[in-house]
Design a protein around this ligand. Structure first.
Ligand code: FAD
Length: 383
């Protein structure tokens, strides 16, 4: 498998391709709150702050949604990175249940804000093993998963169908991630000052003001929230040891016959796929098989992982597939399984480290971190 880098297949959407871009920062600026990173999380923080009347400057090193937020699997799953029974064991039942409730509510919010063509209320399917090769140990884990969801009153059903056996979660959804970022950013234009192609190089202080440094100018601000998932510890070295950057890879195929009517995650969620209405399969995963190589800040796809996910794609399609796009993105893994949502300095907060599932947890963490940075009443954050 030749792992040539292409843009994410998501970028083909006409509205994403037509994104006109935002001007880079051209001179020094001032703000009540500076939001660093304009992925799904940063855009949620910007929105939160402008709703409260704050003067907001948001900056991104690249394009809106240029990071993981615009190049991911598009799964909107209730809860955090762990399945509910594991989350209960790790975080405790009240926190795990609250995270599940808040993320489901976040699906409703996103659906309202960006529209049903971006967020489709399909439900999701966790499969035990890969299609065609069920895994007995994972079947037992799916049973525990289902029982834990039922114990907390969440909708879930046993699935036994053409793909295998597992758990169907009817309240989950499928999303076009790049379109989500473009739509959210479009809604904020004119309400906040947003700049693309504006990398933050560091932070300083002058009196009570925080200075956000960029190659062109300084943003003097009362508060900062850093909403960067992959690469967070590079920008905030004090978080090294708390979060670690890793690469996740995906591919897209030419259209195949309809096989998936909702997002599918298999083999304990390590492999995942969704099929677009136009037939293309978008498949990711395999990180666990090559974990040592994937702890990296290099965003290029690699042959071993791509060969693995191509096999997964073929298994789902029921025969060989033709791959059109191969890409990767960077995410942060929290070393203790608890995403970062905290002050890292006076009036400087950070959000990130979602263990590969930040589409919904990210906005929650970002709003809570923004509230910490500006000293507002706390926003819901279960951990
Ligand atoms: C292949 C892949 C598949 C995934 N699948 C799913 C999934 O199906 N469901 C799910 O929930 N999650 C998934 N994730 C994880 C999810 O994409 C992320 O957790 C989430 O998008 C993080 O969003 P964010 O806005 O917090 O961060 P990011 O998307 O990382 O955005 C941070 C932004 O900050 C910018 N930035 C970085 N450094 C600087 C700097 N120095 N100065 C200024 N700007 C900077 C970047 O350009 C970027 O735009 C996946 C990730 C990948 C890579």
């Amino acid at each position: 498998v030749a792992a040539r880098l292409t843009p994410p297949a998501w970028d083909l959407h006409p509205e994403v391709a037509a994104w006109p871009g935002l001007p880079p920062l051209a001179a020094d600026a001032t703000a009540d709150l500076c939001v660093v990173g304009l992925g799904g999380s940063g855009l949620a923080a910007v929105d939160w702050a402008v709703e409260r009347g704050l003067d907001v400057v948001g900056v991104d090193a690249g394009r809106v949604g240029a990071g993981a937020a615009g190049r991911n699997g598009g799964f909107l799953l209730g809860g955090g990175a762990r399945f509910h029974h594991d989350a209960v064991a790790h975080w405790g039942r009240p926190a795990a249940a609250e995270m599940h409730r808040l993320t489901l509510a976040e699906i409703d919010r996103l659906h309202r804000r960006v529209g049903p063509d971006v967020v489709a209320r399909t439900g999701s399917l966790r499969l035990a093993g890969l299609p065609g090769s069920p895994d007995a140990d994972e079947v037992a884990d799916c049973e525990r998963h289902l029982a834990a969801l039922h114990a907390d009153g969440f909708a879930a059903e046993w699935y036994d169908g053409p793909l295998g056996v597992g758990v169907h979660l009817p309240d989950d959804a499928a999303m076009h991630p790049a379109l989500r970022c473009v739509r959210e950013a479009s809604r904020l234009i004119g309400r906040a000052t947003l700049h693309e192609q504006t990398p933050v190089t560091g932070f300083g202080r002058s009196g009570r003001r925080v200075h956000v440094r960029t190659p062109v100018g300084v943003i003097a601000t009362s508060a900062v929230v850093v909403c960067v998932d992959g690469g967070l510890e590079r920008l905030l070295p004090q978080l090294a040891g708390r979060v670690r950057t890793t690469r996740l890879q995906m591919l897209a195929t030419e259209p195949v016959a309809p096989v998936l009517d909702r997002p599918l995650y298999a083999r304990h969620g390590y492999d995942y796929a969704q099929q677009l209405p136009t037939g293309e399969l978008l498949v990711g995963g395999g990180r666990d098989r090559f974990a040592d190589d994937e702890w990296t800040t290099d965003c290029a796809p690699t042959s071993p992982v791509q060969a693995h996910i191509e096999q997964v794609a073929a298994r789902i399609a029921g025969g060989p597939v033709r791959v059109t796009h191969r890409w990767a993105g960077l995410v942060g893994f929290a070393t203790d399984g608890r995403p970062v949502c905290e002050l890292v300095d006076d009036c400087v907060a950070a959000a990130g480290g979602y263990d590969g599932t930040g589409n919904l947890v990210g906005p929650l963490a970002a709003r809570a971190a923004a509230a910490l940075a500006v000293g507002a009443d706390p926003e819901p954050w279960p951990l």
